[in-house]
Design a protein around this ligand. Sequence first.
Ligand code: 5CA
Length: 444
Amino acid sequence: MKLSRYFLPTLKETPSDAQIASHRLMLRAGLIRQSAAGIYTWLPLGLRVLKNIETIVREEQGKAGAVELLMPTLQSADLWRESGRYDDYGAEMLRIKDRGDRDLLYGPTNEELITDIFRGSVKSYKDLPLNLYHIQWKFRDEIRPRFGVMRGREFLMKDAYSFDLDREGARRAYNKMFAAYLRTFDRMGLKAIPMAADTGPIGGDMSHEFLILAETGESEVFCHRTLLDLPAPPDGLDYDSDLSAIVDERTALYAATDEMHDQSAFEAQVAEADRISARGIEVGHIFFFGTKYSEAMGATVQGPEGKLIPVEMGSYGIGVSRLAGALIEANHDKDGIIWPASVAPFDVGLVNLKPGDAATSAKCDDLYEQLKTAGIEVLCDDTDERAGAKFSRMDLIGLPHQLIVGPRGLEKNTVELKDRRTGERQELSPEAAINFLTSQKERA
Ligand code: 5CA
């Protein structure tokens, strides 16, 4: 992509209404614009990040056996009357009437709709287990939308729903998602801490939140230090015993009991040196709620003996748009964003220091084509702005690598390669730079 033909409206000034780094940087780096309180447009650069996050989520859901579909944003109120949540959900739910005076709502979550889809088509235990998910916009009329996309009113969520014949099957589905979540966040370079949690308006008797440590997080985390050092579980775990071992081990290291949610109990039971009490951002939340919706809505299957059995269900959410903010909270410095390679909007920023110089521009075009051929996503700054402005914009938008090309270097057949995270710069030949970037891409 050539910057002169792109749409990257960065801001020079720090927006005064943004209280946390990720919100400020998302506005300044031209990732989002607010259109109403808690409602955002995703600008081209932000959209690329969102799509990369989606891709990782999608791949890991697929590996865990979940099947993608797409449900609408608008839902019929009648379904929610069946579960009893139309009245219970309260003011967070955006209620709409169509021209026929029928009640609709903008979905804050999809338990009812997926249960309706399930009961319409699945009749036998032989079709289980089943896990269906989608990645779709949700609306919750939060009292205090804040921190940009972290607590929006409209936000993108991945929500998966599992259906099983019995509790053991449902527990296994839950554990599978638990492991898939650890892998998903790990691929984004994030250390996610699973924490037993309240089930809130979703309901049920078991739930875990996944939290990313950050000072600006809205949740409190108490956990054992070793939890931070545990690697993500390996790919392809499928045995019940392996999966439940993962869940038991991590849950134990957070808080063994309910009473450990209480800070003083936590402090009595875990030695000070082993204790982490910090703030965290909730990037995912999984629930086991058994037959709460299947009984209320008549989602049954015929069991092996011919009896009708209400299915055991769980639901599994990831805050896809919130993750864009959480990733920045975890990856930035005074100059701007530092994207982990797996979600970066482009792999490389190619900086043409002198677009007026024919030889420099020809070399940039050549490098640009070579990078593209090697499958490397490149944003080329071909504008005629000052070098200083170009450097600060590249630092602000946080692409992992910057490849800087100018007439002085080219006289010696060199270009400069800068690593955004470490700030390290190396001078090398254009060929060596391409080889280096290709090897980085292959490793990722
Ligand atoms: N039905 C369940 C699981 S599919 C559910 O709705 N869970 S949830 O309420 O916990 O939401 C799932 C995830 O969406 C949260 O962990 C959080 O990361 C994200 N999320 C929730 N509310 C917001 C919000 N207002 N803005 C941005 N992300 C949000």
